[in-house]
Design a protein around this ligand. Structure first.
Ligand code: RIB
Length: 303
């Protein structure tokens, strides 16, 4: 039986410029290449989970424009259930201008449009499919109340939840408590905790609000560190040539969700997530750089 994953999240059309180095304020630079492609943290996670073999339902909003058509095309291509996607009558589809330098590092601006119109009522309409999921995954690129409500509904139904707190902002303690897994990167961890100059473990531990919660901090080339009531551990990642790091966190979250839904233990699930993210960064683009299951299995086997 494939893992059943519900993603409540964003879609953005990514407008990516590749360049030698990122511009300074006030500077004009020549770019090497410009590419448009599907993106958005939620949609990236949904596509990655589908490519890893999960049965995926996406809950979100797009507008009535050509970017929305691209979203619907990619979801159809990846066999994602879009029954609960709303075409918003008022707002445009989200867009994300992205800069990527020669080292594969990126800077992203999101103009969220229809993503911010996702509402608790959208979640209510999908209550039955949430009740049947193995895992619900959400992020903070949609309306905050809707993301919090999705976590609440999932927990009421006894469903495991992953909150990818990106982009990071302050989270109410009662919302934090609804996440079984919280997956910030190091920058997001700092914003969430307000703590600098302390260890990753100490900062992550300060986010735990109850038993049964785990914080998994993604550390780029250093892999990921988990922290929960029973301890902490760092799981190394795989040596790869980084071409474009955009979407690595999304690949990681999808890998984690699928592996946990399939019953893998935490260490194996993080290893699987590291492999998914590791492969994602070897290709340009975001959604389109998400690896398929056989590629992830092959990388795990080689290592
Ligand atoms: O995580 C990468 C994503 O962040 C991009 O696809 C962009 O749309 C922004 O949401």
């Amino acid at each position: 039986m494939p893992a059943k994953i519900v993603v409540v999240g964003s879609f953005n059309m990514d407008l990516t410029a590749y360049m030698e180095r990122l511009p300074r304020p006030g500077e004009t630079l020549n770019g090497r290449q410009f590419v448009t492609g599907p993106g958005g943290k939620g949609s990236n996670q949904a596509v990655a989970a589908a490519r890893l073999g999960a049965e995926v339902t996406f809950i979100g909003r797009v507008g009535h424009d050509v970017f929305a058509d691209s979203a619907l095309n990619i979801w159809k291509q990846e066999r994602i259930n879009t029954e609960y996607v709303v075409r918003d009558p008022e707002y445009a589809t989200g867009v994300a201008p992205i800069w990527v330098d020669a080292q594969g590092e990126n800077s992203i601006v999101v103009v969220l449009g229809a993503n911010l119109a996702v509402s608790p009522a959208d979640i209510d309409r999908a209550a039955d499919v949430i009740a049947e999921a193995d895992i619900l995954v959400t992020q903070l690129e949609i309306n905050y109340d809707a993301a919090a409500y999705a976590l609440k509904i999932a927990k009421e139904k006894g469903i495991v939840t992953i909150l990818n707190p990106a982009p990071a902002g302050k989270l109410a303690p009662e919302v934090l408590a609804l996440a079984d897994y919280l997956t910030p990167n190091e920058t997001e961890l700092e914003v969430l905790t307000g703590k600098t100059g302390v260890s990753v473990e100490a900062a992550a531990r300060s986010l735990l609000t109850r038993d049964g919660q785990t914080v998994v901090v993604t550390l780029g080339a250093q892999g990921a560190q988990w922290v929960n009531q029973s301890g902490t551990g760092q799981i190394p990642t795989f040596p790869v040539k980084v071409v474009d790091s955009t979407g690595a966190g999304d690949a990681f979250n999808a890998g984690l969700a699928v592996a946990l839904a399939e019953g893998k233990n935490l260490t194996d699930a993080i290893t699987f997530a590291n492999a998914t993210a590791g492969l994602c960064v070897t290709k340009p683009g975001t959604t389109l750089s998400m690896p398929r299951r056989d590629e992830v299995e092959a990388l795990l086997k080689r290592n």
